[in-house]
Design a protein around this ligand. Structure first.
Ligand code: ZN
Length: 362
């Protein structure tokens, strides 16, 4: 398959192994290179630092790879009622912008959300825009966990984005992958902050922060490690066929580099690259997750230090749908994705959440 891709790239005149993906994402190679370099450089102060702390919580110096995402025992277990989830999300949106809360409220009042778990219903969650002349639908599997409240906030973010961009019409409303998660991740962050403030118990706060940090590491650090794995595979395939042992070596290299010394990679982990469907079905797709998350974190950092008027610019950005290049969308915020310092802002948001955890840990 890697050879097939190489032939296709050559015939189409793509130079770098990831250039066809960059074109589809409407993003330049230099921008993705800057993102990947910034994330790799941040591994020690993000994933390495966090996993060393988590190993200590679990009473180990080095934890096994299967303990990486183990939930902490302090994770809140009380079931959050649907009405409370709605109020929490709408209040978080309201504090940011009454207009945004108003659009989100419409999803509840007009019954555009299907929340209950039912036999035969698919897992996961989605906001589907249908067509601009109709309205989006949100599909969830709501079970009352704090994470489900965040998922509700996430999908409503997509929903608000889809409502606002509908004016661009069916062909231009949707954004490329790299910008698709802008409103969802932002809405999730607003709601996470509210939930955290409502949680008085220090141990529960710690577990919630830890889960958030783990999600972010999995979205940013891990997906860039996946991207590096694919780069090694496709680059070396140009020199000849690869053995399965070689693929396993690449995998272990990128995992050791990204996870750091506090995680022991046990025998059998070398074949775990096979669990990522993107490697087979959509090469180099993975970096879009890191791109989107870092971009939104940078926006959130601007919002936190914002002068007035952030909200209006933010709405303009969402209304643009897929009609503008990332440079045009970010310019009003004084942000520029081609500048390596831009990615540091987003990575700094993750770093400061780990700082908060360290402070709670004392
Ligand atoms: Zn999403």
């Amino acid at each position: 398959m890697a050879k097939d891709k190489e032939i296709s790239d050559r015939w189409r005149g793509f130079q770098d192994i990831a250039d066809s993906r960059h074109l589809a994402n409407r993003v330049e190679r230099e921008v993705v290179d800057a993102l990947a370099a910034a994330v790799r450089e941040a591994y020690p102060r993000l994933s390495h630092r966090y996993y060393a702390m988590k190993a200590r919580w679990l009473g180990m110096e080095v934890m096994n790879h299967w303990d990486r995402n183990a939930p902490l025992p302090e994770t809140p277990k009380a079931v959050i009622r649907w009405d409370d989830a709605r109020d929490t999300v709408l209040a978080a949106y309201q504090r940011f912008s009454p207009d945004m809360a108003e659009i989100a409220r419409g999803f509840f009042d007009r019954r555009w959300i299907d929340a209950p778990v039912r036999p035969g219903k698919s897992p996961g969650a989605v906001a589907h825009p249908t067509v601009p002349s109709a309205h989006p639908y949100v599909l969830l599997n709501y079970m009352g966990k704090p994470r489900d409240v965040m998922t509700l906030a996430h999908e409503l973010g997509h929903g608000v984005h889809q409502v606002l961009a509908a004016g661009q019409g069916a062909l231009m409303a949707s954004t490329p992958l790299t910008l698709a998660e802008t409103a969802s991740v932002f809405g999730e962050m607003l709601t996470f902050r509210s939930l955290l403030e409502q949680t008085g118990d220090r141990r529960e706060r710690k577990a919630m922060l830890a889960q958030k940090v783990e999600d972010m590491i999995n979205t940013v650090v891990r997906q860039i490690a996946f991207y590096e794995f694919e780069r090694k595979v496709h680059a070396e395939r140009r020199n000849g066929e690869l053995t399965s042992d070689r693929l396993g070596e690449f995998w272990l290299e990128v995992q050791a580099e990204s996870l750091g010394p506090a995680i022991k990679l046990r025998e059998g982990y070398e074949v775990f690259w096979t669990y990522i469907p993107h490697f087979i079905h959509s090469p180099f797709y993975v970096y879009a997750y890191a791109f989107g998350d870092c971009l939104v974190n940078s926006l959130y950092a601007v919002y936190q230090n914002a002068e007035r008027g952030f909200q209006e610019k933010y709405f303009e950005m969402l209304r643009a749908g897929g009609t503008k290049h990332h440079s045009e969308l970010l310019a009003p915020f004084g942000l520029d994705a081609t500048d390596p310092a831009f990615w540091q802002i987003g990575l700094g948001v993750i770093g400061s959440l780990i700082d908060e955890l360290e402070a709670l840990d004392k």
